[in-house]
Structures are given as structure tokens and as C-alpha cells.
Design a protein around this ligand. Structure first.
Ligand SMILES: NC(=O)c1ccc[n+]([C@@H]2O[C@H](COP(=O)([O-])OP(=O)(O)OC[C@H]3O[C@@H](n4cnc5c(N)ncnc54)[C@H](O)[C@@H]3O)[C@@H](O)[C@H]2O)c1
Length: 285
């Protein structure tokens, strides 16, 4: 009997790309907050002969994530959770961006910790922005509040932190800090999850070509500058390249791989890209 792979943000570019690869080997439970696109994704997968069920989930809502985890458990043995649902830095209200990206990861990790068995893996999506923000600026004491049972103090203090410190670019900073938090949080959870045989992996994409990233870069006007640093042909990464990496990271044969975030940026950061607002601290590397 096929094991289960859960994918969040599966109606999006990277999510659907991962769904097509993972469906070759696993029965899928795919989720998104966009019902129309989710239904379309489920139909397309079933039309290709794959086994896929859909569930409408807002990952920032703990009770909905819990229901998804329980549904997945009821479907069989869960091999992996690929968590891609997220908002970019140029759209929406800053607190909402942080709630979806940062609280979403907490909800996914904590609820799936309760249902996953040894040998499984969670992939939490990060971003290359986490590599661009110097570590000595990370508010680790605030990040540590996420360890508490009640997460609202963490959320409220983080929102105050990025709104007070950066009134001009609040969405961008909400995004950046959400991704830095995910980097820290993945490391923080690794030992506890490892004791149960659950691996935690992540990738930090630079620019992977999806509808979202194209709109995002068109709005910021930074595409040309970004691509000039990409070692691999001055181009964006493709959905297939990202989906292949993610499917490899969660693959059960990678049973010793955990607590790792793999950049997927075509060498952009290594080639000297420093970001627009957050110069790289060479000492970090
Ligand atoms: N494409 C890139 O270059 C890139 C780079 C770095 C990080 N990322 C991250 O990778 C992930 C996927 O990126 P993409 O390019 O496929 O974006 P996308 O916008 O196509 O996909 C994201 C999906 O998440 C869903 N979503 C949004 N809020 C949600 C919520 N509260 N609950 C559940 N689902 C929700 C959206 O409906 C969408 O289908 C995102 O988290 C993005 O921030 C992408």
C-alpha cells in the first residue's frame, strides 16, 4: 500500500510541481487556502491517474492544520510533509505575512509531530533572504518565545519588532523575519524531532520561476539585478529543478539528513548578491 505525502500550498507553482513528482510514488493529501485552484489541482492529478485528495486549509489556523494532520494519519502511514504554503513580501498586510509564514510553520511542525512515525520527514520552505540577513541582527530572544505553549507573545513581539524597526518596508521585513525565523526554528526543532525518528529539512530558493515570483520581481523591479548574480546561466530556477530537490530532501533513503537548509539559488549568494536592504555579513560564511 502506498504511503502518504502531504503538501501544503499545493495549488501554487512549487506546490503543484512537487505534487506531480511525489504522486509517482505516494498517495497525496494536498492542501491550499485557494479552493478553486485546489480543486483544479486535484482534478488534474486524478486525470493523470494519480491518487490525490484535497483539503482546504489555512495554515495559520491551528485547528485546520490539526484536522489536516488527523486526516492524513487516517489515510495511512505518512512518509513526508512538504510545507510550501506562504505569502511573499510584497503583498498583504505585514502581520498577516508573518502569521502565515512563521506561525504556519509552527502549526505544521507541532501538529505533524503528533502523528508522524519514525522514518518520516517534514520539509519547511525557507528563502535565500535568510542567508542575506546577518545573524547578529537576528532577534534570537524573541524567536525563543516560540518554544512556549502560548505562541501569541512570540507573534505580537515579532510584529512590534519589525514594524517599529522598519516603518518604510514593513511587508518586506515581515517576510524576511518570517524566513529567518524558519531557519532558526528548524534547527531548534531538529533534536526533538530526531528523537522520534522524524527528519526536518528545508530549501532556501533564490528565484524560482512561478507566477508568484514573476509578479513579485516585476513589482520590485529587481529581476535583472538578481539574475546578473546567478552563476547558472543568469536565469531563474525552474519549478522542476526545485521540485526535484525537495523530493530528494524528503526521500526516505536520505535517512541521515536532518537539520539542513539547502540553498537553491543557482549560486546567486555565492556570486556576491547582497540583497537590496540587507548587506551580507562576510563573517557569517
Ligand atoms: N518562487 C520563488 O522564487 C520562491 C523563493 C523563496 C521562497 N518561496 C516560497 O515558496 C513557497 C511556494 O512559492 P510559489 O512560488 O509556488 O508561490 P505561490 O504563491 O504560487 O504558492 C503559494 C501557495 O500558498 C497558498 N497559500 C497562501 N497563504 C496560505 C495559507 N494561509 N494557507 C494555505 N495556503 C496558503 C497560496 O494560495 C498558493 O497556492 C512560498 O511559501 C514562497 O514564499 C518561493
Amino acid at each position: 500500500m502506498k504511503k502518504i505525502c502531504v503538501i501544503t500550498g499545493a495549488a501554487g507553482g512549487l506546490g503543484f510541481g512537487c505534487a506531480k513528482i511525489m504522486a509517482e510514488k505516494y498517495k497525496l493529501l494536498i492542501s491550499d487556502v485557494n479552493k478553486e485552484k485546489l480543486d483544479q489541482a486535484v482534478s488534474e492529478l486524478r486525470d493523470k491517474g494519480y491518487e490525490a485528495e484535497g483539503i482546504l486549509v489555512d495554515v495559520s489556523d491551528r485547528s485546520q492544520v490539526k484536522a489536516m494532520a488527523e486526516k492524513a494519519k487516517g489515510m495511512g502511514t505518512i512518509a513526508s510533509v512538504i510545507h510550501l504554503a506562504g505569502l511573499t513580501g510584497l503583498y498583504g498586510e505585514p502581520a498577516r505575512i508573518f502569521r502565515v509564514n512563521a506561525m504556519g510553520v509552527i502549526n505544521i511542525n507541532e501538529e505533524f509531530y503528533n502523528v508522524l512515525e519514525s522514518g518520516s520527514a517534514i520539509m519547511d520552505i525557507c528563502s535565500s533572504v535568510a542567508y542575506l540577513m546577518p545573524r547578529d541582527r537576528w532577534p534570537i530572544d524573541l524567536f525563543k518565545l516560540a518554544r512556549k505553549e502560548d505562541k501569541e507573545e512570540f507573534f505580537n513581539k515579532m510584529v512590534s519588532f519589525f514594524l517599529d524597526g522598519n516603518p518604510e518596508k514593513p511587508q518586506g521585513m515581515a517576510y524576511t523575519w518570517s524566513r529567518c525565523f524558519i531557519y532558526w526554528y528548524l534547527m531548534d526543532c531538529t533534536f526533538k524531532f530526531g528523537q522520534k525518528g522524524i527528519r526536518l529539512v528545508s530549501t532556501a530558493p533564490g528565484v524560482v520561476e512561478t507566477e508568484m515570483s514573476k509578479q513579485d520581481l516585476a513589482k520590485s523591479g529587481s529581476l535583472e539585478a538578481r539574475l546578473s548574480y546567478v552563476a547558472m546561466g543568469n536565469r531563474m530556477g525552474t519549478i522542476d529543478e526545485a521540485a526535484f530537490l525537495i523530493s530528494t530532501l524528503v526521500d526516505e533513503r536520505n535517512s541521515y539528513l536532518t537539520g539542513i537548509i539547502v540553498p537553491l539559488d543557482g549560486g546567486e549568494i555565492a556570486s556576491g548578491f547582497k540583497g537590496q536592504r540587507t548587506p551580507r555579513n562576510e563573517a557569517d560564511f
